[in-house]
Design a protein. Structure first.
Lengths: 302, 326
């Protein structure tokens, strides 16, 4: 019988909610920086890679498409840090040009699927009832297909090319985002401050914008960093299978595929982009984990 | 004369439509509050106190619904109103404060911005005059340095301060009715007394009516003009505070009283009412309290007693033989 709670109970509850309370984003990020060196290193690595990909025309003296026939299949050297490929092109230069597409493919479709998924998930969670039921069954159907297969079907239907990859991966990715956004919304919807906002007459749309979305943000940021690697991997697989980026454009997946036939006499052609994929995926995951630890209120209890 | 009543609830029933059946959380409850009155509802956890509050505010959680009766706020019928109509009334004519001041404010929005919301919505004020009004209100509820607090985030305030902010936020449009659902349960004793005194004095000053919900008879005793005792979704006794403490008739009310006294003399002893609250899905055939009632007779287990008037304004749901002697 909770009729007579001792004051001690009341105090400890009080304290618990005080400790678990959320701090501002800035404070949380700074604490992550102090505690989780791996996440910070990952963030730095990703930032440097992005800068290198943007400024590669200035940084590299070599052309990514036209090679020098006299230096075909040369191993790594001082002039060509990652060697050259079968057409005498510098592998590092091609790797950085490829990073443009691979990183864009990591970010753009993930962003689109986040926006789509958050919009649908928040509406489903907030409105509930039939709307919720229909949207979530739709998400179930999406999630029931193996996502790579689904992406391949879309790519074969629409044809290759970077824009179509964006579209295919965005269509494949929204459902899992919608699920997370929905469950966050449902728990926030029942929270006392949303009830309090309703009790002073705030409308549904404004409650979503002011109270639900900002408080979903930490979970969504984490999801975003964790979804980027899966998009990069999907693109690599698609390109490797020939259903993705088309020549003369180049992505890491395509480079791995092209270098396959030289795996014995010039392994660097395939290994360099493979290693790049692995590093980026790992860095995103480390960063995502770090962000989750920093932003999750349940893990903040110290 | 009915129009003098700020709130008039008649035969209200509301409950949850769950997969296992209908849960009658509030069953045929009638309750009225006059202008400037403070009315209390007391009862154990789960008896439906919050459900009444939420029914009035139109904030029932799915799958809860009002199934019957009427709720009139200053003569205006609230049941059957659309959500849009209710939005215009909530925060303006009625407002509510919640149990948990730690979680009733959005952690990422400064308190001043949360407080001015109602003014922007209902009074169509511009931001500058809204801010001035908020500062005035903060001062009014006893928050020092309101200018400094205006931009503070909720986690920078203590529980007592936050509850003051909640009260200020609920009262900023001068509602006719304030519903306070266990406003001090989460606070320590000294702060509790301060907050209760604040609500009481604000009500006296502005003529605002208050519906105070509590499971603490002591709180109810200090604050209320009229008290309703609830058990398993029904009103079991209703009287003015003085009568209730002096001449309560229902064995359940007596149980509540005794456990307060127990707790005072010996805080470690268990409360005096044995047994557990009945499952609302499987209520006993007779009086819902009969399984726990020390005075229960055969009749109590077979028949459901009605609410009877013992004296003007004093109602009790118990067969004559079962009542405490007056
Ligand atoms: N979603 C739900 N489905 C079914 N029954 C519910 C649901 N939510 C609440 N109830 C029931 O409704 C009844 C009334 O709940 P209410 O919150 O009004 O109790 P209360 O008197 O305010 O209790 P407390 O003192 O704990 O706040 C309870 O018995 C509870 O079990
Ligand atoms: Mg309650």
């Amino acid at each position: 019988m909770a009729l007579f709670r001792s004051k001690q109970d009341v105090f400890s509850e009080d304290l618990a909610s005080q400790i678990g309370e959320s701090q501002t984003l800035g404070v949380q990020l700074r604490r992550m920086a102090r505690r989780n060196k791996l996440a910070v290193a990952s963030a730095v690595f990703l930032a440097l890679l992005t800068l290198a990909a943007i400024f590669v025309p200035i940084l590299s003296p070599y052309d990514p498409v036209i090679g020098d026939a006299s230096i075909r299949l040369k191993p790594p050297s001082a002039a060509h840090w990652l060697g050259t490929d079968e057409m005498g092109r510098d592998v590092l230069t091609r790797l950085l040009y490829g990073a443009r597409i691979s990183l864009a493919v990591g970010v753009v479709p993930t962003l689109i699927s986040m926006i789509l998924g958050v919009a649908l998930g928040v509406v489903a969670g907030y409105v509930g009832g039939m709307t919720d039921y229909i949207l979530m069954r739709l998400a179930d159907v999406m999630l029931a297909f193996p996502s790579l297969l689904l992406a391949m079907v879309i790519m074969y239907t629409l044809g290759g090319g970077v824009l179509n990859i964006f579209l295919a991966l965005a269509l494949v990715g929204w459902a899992s985002v919608a699920r997370v956004a929905r469950s966050e919304t449902i728990s926030l919807k029942e929270s006392e401050y949303v009830q309090a906002a309703k009790s002073i007459g705030v409308s549904g749309g404004r409650i979503i914008r002011r109270h639900i979305l900002p408080n979903c943000l930490p979970a969504l940021i984490v999801l975003f960093t964790l979804n980027i690697p899966s998009a990069i991997l999907s693109e690599s697989s698609l390109s490797f299978l020939g259903a993705g980026v088309q020549l003369p454009n180049s992505s890491w997946g395509l480079m791995v595929n092209m270098g396959r036939q030289f795996l014995y006499n010039a392994p660097w052609i395939s290994l360099a982009p493979s290693a790049a994929i692995m590093l980026v995926v790992l860095a995103c995951n480390f960063l995502g984990d770090g962000l989750r630890d920093a932003l999750d209120p349940h893990l903040n209890n110290e | 004369m009915d129009n003098d009543l700020t709130l008039k609830i008649e035969h209200l029933s509301s409950g949850f439509f769950t997969e296992r059946g209908y849960v009658p959380a509030v069953d045929d409850v009638s309750l009225s509050i006059g202008k400037g009155q403070v009315v209390g509802i007391v009862g154990e956890s789960g008896c439906g106190k919050s459900m009444i509050a939420r029914s009035v505010m139109g904030l029932l959680k799915y799958p809860g619904r009002i199934t019957g009766g009427s709720i009139k706020l200053a003569g205006q019928e609230l049941t059957g109103m659309s959500d849009g109509q209710l939005q215009r009334i909530r925060g303006k004519d009625m407002a509510m404060i919640f149990q948990e001041p730690m979680t009733s404010l959005n952690p990422v929005v400064p308190i001043g911005k949360q407080m001015r919301e109602a003014l922007l919505l209902h009074e169509k004020m511009d931001k500058i005059s809204a801010k001035a009004e908020v500062l005035k209100m903060l001062e009014h509820v006893g928050i020092s340095e309101p200018k400094k607090r205006y931009g503070a985030y909720p986690h920078e305030l203590s529980g007592g301060l936050r509850q003051r902010v909640m009260i200020a936020m609920a009262m900023i449009c001068k509602p006719k009715l304030l519903i306070a659902d266990e406003p001090t349960t989460a606070l320590d004793v000294t702060i509790e007394a301060q907050i209760l005194r604040l609500i009481r004095s604000l009500s006296r000053e502005t003529g605002m009516s208050v519906l105070l919900i509590s499971h603490n008879l002591g709180v109810i005793a200090q604050m209320c003009d009229t008290v309703y005792v609830m058990y398993a979704g029904k009103i079991v006794e209703q009287a003015d505070a003085y009568t209730l403490f002096d001449r309560h008739a229902h064995p359940y009310t007596k149980g509540l009283m005794d456990s307060v006294i127990d707790l005072k003399s010996n805080p470690r002893r268990l409360p005096a009412i044995g047994g557990v609250v009945p499952n609302l899905l499987h209520l006993p055939a007779g009086c819902a309290f009969s399984p726990r009632c020390p005075r229960a007779m055969d009749r109590c287990r077979e028949e459901r007693p009605e609410l009877e008037e013992l004296a003007p304004g004093h109602l009790c749901r118990c067969f004559e033989e079962g009542r405490e002697r007056l």
